[in-house]
Design a protein around this ligand. Structure first.
Ligand SMILES: [Zn+2]
Length: 374
């Protein structure tokens, strides 16, 4: 199902249905999301690279990495910045980035820019989904991690100009520009793609795009080959969908996927569920460290006992209208501003986990040796 262009009613219906998905995802113990995500482009093969002009170059425009910040945290330094590395992390979920919105999930480049600038001003620093799930959160003391995720690999996410530079109106172009204006705002993000990454059909153009992103610190990972609804498939077909995409990504120069986003946010039925995390098909294996849903709240710290790596919630990037008033990014980012003690705040030292003493019972046992409690 797709919403018709310019139809306000279609947009409203899409919102309602997505919120149903979101609320189902929140039901404890229940099967996640029984309804499909209506705003999705269900057939990535249909996407046309209308504005993509892939160059064969791929020269990096990102400034050289800053020197590593390896200052060991102390109880005093952690208290000073009110470090809380068991706090919540917003994982923002974007779909198409287009100049003219036709679905409630669409965002314009201007809306994306506004949200990224707001994050930068509020002290957020982007990390990739892989960094989040593996707990490698290496950001300055007093800052907050945010994970920027883009589903379906559409042309508005990334395109190279004929000169081999990121197209300025794509998500990557906007992110790089915001990072230039706000030093310290790391230009990294995670793209979960299907068989025609970024709407590109030509294998050389696909390799140029994926190669540029990987070389510049972005994560490009698995979203199945055909955007399959895994809830409907047997184990062997789930594994085939994932492996075909994994093989494509390797041919294009991406490392094995560490993370995976469920198409439509749908987990397989219970008896097949583990095939969404690990498995093999035709001699190719996969084993994801994190599997991401499609809604609808901030995610727990990866160091927390609340962290469930196989069902990680995300927040739809959107305003506060209609059904989005309590589910989407405008609402949750304001909520996190109003509840600073609930938010993940870094101690600036990736080797320690700094927390207020009151949270000591919430740390995952495997991280327990690295605690600084104040
Ligand atoms: Zn998708």
């Amino acid at each position: 199902m797709r919403t018709s262009a310019g139809s306000k009613r279609g947009v409203a219906i899409a919102n309602v249905a997505l919120m149903i998905v979101a609320s189902l995802l929140l039901l404890p113990g229940g099967d996640a999301a029984r309804a499909p995500d209506p705003g999705h482009d269900h057939d990535p093969g249909r996407a046309r690279p209308a504005d993509a002009r892939a160059g064969s170059g791929g020269a990096a425009t990102r400034p050289p990495d800053e020197p590593p910040r390896r200052v060991a945290a102390t109880v005093e330094s952690a208290r000073k910045v009110r470090a809380n590395e068991l706090g919540l992390v917003p994982v923002l979920m974007y779909h198409r980035i287009v100049a003219k919105r036709t679905s409630s999930l669409d965002r314009t480049p201007a809306q994306l820019r506004k949200e990224l600038e707001r994050l930068a001003r509020k002290g957020y620093v982007p990390i990739t989904a892989a960094e989040y799930v593996t707990g490698r959160i290496d950001i300055p003391a007093g800052t907050h991690p945010v994970v920027l995720t883009f589903d379906d690999g559409t042309p508005g996410h990334f395109a190279l100009t004929p000169a081999g530079e990121p197209h300025p109106d794509t998500a990557v172009g906007v992110l790089l520009d915001v990072a230039r204006r706000y030093p310290g705002f790391r230009p990294v993000a995670t793209f979960w793609v299907n068989r025609d990454p970024f709407g590109l059909k030509d294998p050389d153009a696909q390799a140029a795009a994926v190669g540029w992103l990987v070389r510049n610190g972005f994560e490009v990972a698995n979203h199945t080959y055909r955007h399959a609804d895994l809830r409907r498939l047997p184990r062997s077909k789930i594994a085939k969908e994932i492996v075909l995409q994994e093989r494509l990504l390797r041919r294009l120069g991406a490392p094995p996927s560490v993370t995976f986003a469920l198409p439509y946010g749908n987990l397989p039925v219970k008896k097949n569920r583990s095939a969404a995390y690990r498995g093999s098909w035709g001699g190719t294996r996969y084993d994801f460290s994190g599997v991401f849903l499609a809604g609808a709240e901030p995610a727990p710290s990866p160091h927390s006992t609340d962290f469930r790596p196989r069902q990680i919630p995300r927040i739809q990037a959107n305003g506060k209208g209609g059904e989005c008033r309590r589910w989407c990014s405008a609402y949750w980012l304001e909520w996190l501003d109003r509840h600073p003690s609930k938010r993940y705040t870094s101690d600036g030292d990736p080797d320690h986990i700094s927390i207020p003493k009151r949270l000591q019972g919430n740390i995952a046992p495997k991280r327990a040796k690295r605690i600084l409690a104040y």
